[in-house]
Design a protein around this ligand. Structure first.
Ligand SMILES: Nc1ncnc2c1ncn2[C@@H]1O[C@H](COP(=O)(O)OP(=O)(O)OP(=O)(O)O)[C@@H](O)[C@H]1O
Ligand SMILES: [Mg+2]
Length: 553
């Protein structure tokens, strides 16, 4: 339960809402129980006074009962408006915190966690914690208040009846707790099966082209059938356990009613208790049954919340491997030097770069060639400081890259990744991603430079064309050129092309290179390429194959 302590600052932040919430709980319960005695009293009035006609006392009782019911309703509404609202606010803050932390982590951290994992933290885990925050607190406070107030009323009526009727209730809580724990376990199993279906569906939709030209529809269908069947089994299993939940409650209600009837009946025969008081007991017990059951349920919810919270904490405590210590804003010239840089990927142990040294002056261009897997993209990642070298150092303008203001530095680099990634957004927003505010004229200017304007104007919606989840409507070359425009629009001091002209024919490549000649002159450019012809334009060429790559594992 320790993990849940990290939520205390959140409680403190919303203390006013929670304070009012508890007051409303007390008020709603008070009126809920307050009315009961008037029901019993009316029963007694009517049994004693059997003559037909107007009974002033009973009428007044009815008035009080109606008014208390209305007040109970009002305060219950207010209780939800405060406590549930507070829990939703905390949920919102927690989700933002988790999401922001994800944004801060470095590239190698991402490799260690999956998208599914992130989605789980954001949805399932936070929801489990919210259940603790909202219903958890509400029901426990509810029970405490109800038990105290009802207990006093009951004891005032009859001591032995009170004991007999309260005794089985903790047992009820315990039984509900046990059933809820099993329900939790089974619903987790069911959720897993459900997410297996979603992953499968997502995968087969994204890869629908591959599925079709391999003519594997039947195979996919069969696999889907198996997964859905599995889900059905688990859902049914869960439903069977859930059926116990209300069965137990109803069973205990039944047993208690019989007990009250039996003991109450004997007391009535002896003349110790009136019919009205027995009626009161029935009502008290029925009021208490639900909160006692809920406490059993809440206990298991809290256990789950604690487990979720410790998973969330474990994640939030993870420090990014790439940290920024410098916060000054200054211009970047673009001198680059690699000094004996080696890099080993921590997750695989593959040494992608071994003792690499080179330097490029501001405004110069460098072509990096080399076989596939020789570490070219790794150089690009290092230059963007998405990863830090394992050995050696990278100097930019004569200063170690680690000592630069990371955010400021990244504003000055234009990076066109090897795999064109576009957001599910309009072409304009994709190209203008780096801009502070939309500027169609500028977007068009750079689209022309990247030689993609002529393709864009052919689309019906032109620059407002939506790019699908992975830019499905665009050809590989079109995507590449949009990515080039997106990088150039920043007017960067350092430009990195990671094989970014590979999907283009030589003529288009030539067009682009001519269009951006001026940009290339004013910035340091690193051109990763497999083509001899592109490399020859650069001031310097290094070949990573000759520098060799070795594998340590
Ligand atoms: N994220 C990663 N985690 C672990 N190993 C990686 C990762 N990225 C690359 N590697 C490994 O590092 C080595 C160099 O990869 P890199 O992507 O830099 O090659 P490349 O020269 O860009 O190849 P290509 O020409 O195919 O793009 C390869 O052996 C690769 O398997
Ligand atoms: Mg590469």
């Amino acid at each position: 339960m320790n993990a849940l302590k990290t939520l205390n600052p959140y409680f403190w932040k919303h203390r006013m809402l929670l304070f009012w919430g508890v007051l409303f709980i007390i008020a709603s319960n008070f009126f809920h129980i307050f009315k009961v005695q008037f029901v019993g009293d009316s029963v007694d009035q009517l049994t004693e006074n059997t003559t037909l006609g107007f009974n002033k006392k009973v009428l007044m009782n009815v008035g009080i009962i109606v008014a208390s019911s209305l007040l109970t309703g009002f305060f219950t509404f207010m209780m939800r408006q405060t406590i549930i609202v507070a829990s939703r606010k905390i949920e919102y803050e927690l989700k933002n915190k988790i999401y922001n932390h994800y944004q801060e982590l470095s590239l190698t951290d991402y490799k260690k966690t999956t998208i599914g994992d992130l989605m789980n933290r954001l949805s399932e885990d936070v929801v489990a914690v919210r259940m603790y925050l909202g219903p958890g607190i509400m029901y426990v406070a509810n029970l405490l208040v109800l038990l105290t107030v009802t207990g006093i009323y009951m004891l005032k009526t009859d001591t032995s009846m009170t004991l007999w009727s309260l005794l089985p209730l903790p047992i009820l809580s315990f039984m509900i707790y046990k059933v809820s724990s099993v329900i939790n376990k089974k619903s987790k199993i069911m959720q897993k099966s459900q997410s297996a279906i979603s992953t499968f569906v997502q995968d087969s939709f994204s890869g629908i082209r591959v599925v079709k030209f391999f003519a594997k529809e039947k195979y996919i269908e069969k696999n889907y059938g198996i997964k859905v069947n599995d889900y059905q089994q688990k859902a049914l299993d869960l439903a069977r356990t859930e059926a116990y939940f209300f069965t137990i409650i109803l069973f205990v209600v039944g047993m208690l009613n019989v007990t009250i009837l039996y003991i109450g009946g004997q007391k009535y025969i002896k003349g110790e208790l009136s019919v009205g008081k027995i009626a009161d007991f029935f009502m008290y017990i029925n009021i208490l049954i639900f909160p006692f059951s809920m406490v059993g349920w809440v206990t298991s919810v809290n256990q789950r919340a604690a487990a979720s919270m410790s998973r969330i904490n474990e994640f939030l405590d993870k420090k990014s491997e790439i940290t920024n210590t410098n916060h000054n804003i200054y211009p970047i010239k673009g001198d680059i030097e690699f000094r004996n840089v080696s890099y080993t990927y921590p997750n695989t142990g593959i040494k992608a770069l071994n003792n690499l040294s080179f330097s490029v002056k501001a405004g110069e261009s460098l072509a990096i060639m080399g076989k596939t897997g020789s570490g070219k993209s790794t150089v690009a990642l290092l230059l963007c400081r998405l990863i830090d070298p394992t050995e050696g150092e990278i100097l930019v303008d004569g200063k170690n890259l680690k000592e630069h203001n990371l955010e400021n530095y990244r504003k000055h680099i234009g990076y066109i990744p090897q795999e064109s990634y576009l957001f599910s957004d309009t072409i304009e927003n994709n190209i203008g991603f780096a801009l502070e505010k939309p500027d169609l004229a500028k977007v068009t200017e750079y689209a022309k430079k990247a030689d993609v304007h002529k393709n864009i104007v052919e689309f019906k919606n032109q620059y407002q064309t939506m790019v699908g989840e992975r830019g499905v409507m665009l050809s590989g070359g079109q995507k590449q050129r949009i990515c080039i425009a997106r990088a150039l629009i920043k007017d960067p001091e350092i430009l990195i092309f990671d094989d970014s002209l590979s999907a283009l024919d030589t003529e288009t490549e030539e067009n682009i290179l001519q269009n951006i000649e001026k940009d290339l002159k004013t910035s340091t450019s690193i051109i990763i390429t497999h083509r001899e012809s592109s490399a020859k334009r650069a001031d310097k060429i290094i070949d990573l194959t000759e520098l060799q790559v070795s594998h340590t594992s």
